[in-house]
Design a binder for this molecule. Structure first.
Ligand code: GLU
Length: 408
């Protein structure tokens, strides 16, 4: 695989940061390409007896600050360029939060919604078998990402123990609590975003802040509830099939009771159904893309009317769309900060595993709040000092920390 073709966006981003004199030329050279790209073919025996070969990846972008760290996604659109881009963002995310990690990402190219639980378990175990050599608590520590649940992570932990004969819970994070996971990991991504929003909107009454949330999965649904409980006016939420809108604010507890994981959200009767495109175009104070990447592109960016966007998903705004939003003065709270709650609590989980400790949910959330709020304020400060976007500021802080190799 030619690494030059991986992560075109990363290269463009680094070039632009160098041009703005926010980073040095060697920083750019060091981060342009991932350190290691591994591909494997997983032989899955389907329930009907047929054989299917699934393509899988693990990309270690950087291990300069510690073991590679980052999730594994199960999705039909997984490809090496996307995994490399996500691994790059993980290197920056861990550095921005000052965690003792580098960055990595993995994925299997298939749609788990079309497979049985037994087949998904097999894919999880095959993944571990294929990559066990390059993983390890001090080498590369995977975690959940799109469509990988704590149950899947639990199977991977078991499989690693089975292969190596050593039971090391710190090999993977995002485990179920009863299998060595941490309290608060399941809600961590949403919590991180919520703590940032509390700082960002501290001067405003929550009732005066209208919010639209795209995506009602783990992060989107928990964030919707946290904001609703605080009195924010959540006017729209969506799933992949459609959205629901109520100008006066939705009753998010009622939406959650409607069981959106089984019933389309657009069938909820406490609001009017609208399209996903219409949700992104709502006149709201805060827009939360919390689904997949590339939600806001040059095609639909002119419709976006929100004044603040928080990227709870990874990469929901394309670079082209971002330029247009920046020119219009829209404030974007970037993914590497906005969704860093997940990897921060993953770090707490890994730390507890290694030191044989157990922290309460309160301890976890308190530590998370402190670290996330500090990173947010530091990012804001650098953005003001250098008169650049929050994203450029976050990249600068992270890249300065990754630093240059020392000559001996
Ligand atoms: N997949 C999550 C992310 O993109 C979590 C990674 C982790 O916990 O290591 O940040």
């Amino acid at each position: 695989m030619k690494t030059e073709t991986l992560c075109v966006d990363c290269k463009e981003r680094l070039a632009s940061l160098e041009e703005k004199k926010l980073i040095g030329h060697e920083d750019r050279q060091l981060l342009e390409n991932p350190e290691r790209v591994i591909q494997a073919e997983l032989p899955l025996r389907r329930d009907d007896g047929t054989l299917e070969i699934l393509t899988a990846f693990r990309i270690q972008h950087s291990t300069k600050r510690g073991p590679a760290k980052g999730g594994i996604r199960f999705h039909q659109e997984v490809d090496p360029a996307e995994v490399a881009a996500l691994a790059f963002v993980m290197s920056l995310k861990t550095a921005l939060l000052d965690l003792p990690y580098g960055g990595g990402k993995g994925g299997v190219q298939f749609n788990p919604k079309e497979y049985s639980t037994a087949e998904i378990e097999q894919v999880s175990r095959l993944y571990m078998r294929a990559f066990a050599d390059v993983l390890g608590p001090h080498k590369d520590v995977p975690a959940p990402d799109v469509n990988t649940t704590p149950e899947i992570i639990g199977w991977m932990r078991d499989e690693y123990a089975h292969i190596t004969g050593k039971d090391e819970p710190a090999i993977i994070t995002g485990k179920p609590v009863e299998k060595g996971g941490s309290e608060g990991r399941g809600t961590a991504t949403a919590m991180g975003a919520y703590f940032i929003l509390k700082e960002r909107f501290a001067a405003q009454a929550p009732q005066e802040v209208s919010v639209a949330i795209q995506g009602f999965g783990n992060a989107g649904s928990i964030l919707a509830e946290l904001l609703y409980n605080d009195g924010f006016k959540v006017v729209a939420v969506s799933d992949s099939r459609g959205a629901i809108y109520n100008e006066e604010g939705l009753d998010i507890h009622a939406v959650a009771k409607h069981k959106p994981e089984r019933n389309p959200i657009s069938k909820f009767d406490g609001g009017s159904p609208i399209s996903n495109a219409a949700l992104l175009a709502l006149e709201v104070d805060l827009l939360v893309p919390a689904a997949l990447g590339d939600a806001i592109t040059t095609e639909n960016v002119t419709d976006v009317k929100a004044s603040v966007i928080i990227e709870v998903a990874n990469g929901p705004i394309t670079t082209g769309a971002e330029h247009i939003l920046d020119d219009r003065g829209v404030e974007i709270i970037p993914d590497l900060l906005a969704n860093a709650g997940g990897v921060t609590v993953s770090y707490f989980e890994w730390f507890q595993n290694i030191h044989n400790e157990r922290w309460t949910e309160e301890e976890v959330n308190q530590k998370l709040q402190g670290m996330i709020a500090d990173s947010y304020h530091r990012t804001k400060q650098i953005s003001q000092e250098h008169e650049v976007s929050l994203r450029d500021a976050a990249y600068k802080i992270a890249i300065d920390r990754i630093g240059m190799p020392k000559h001996s």
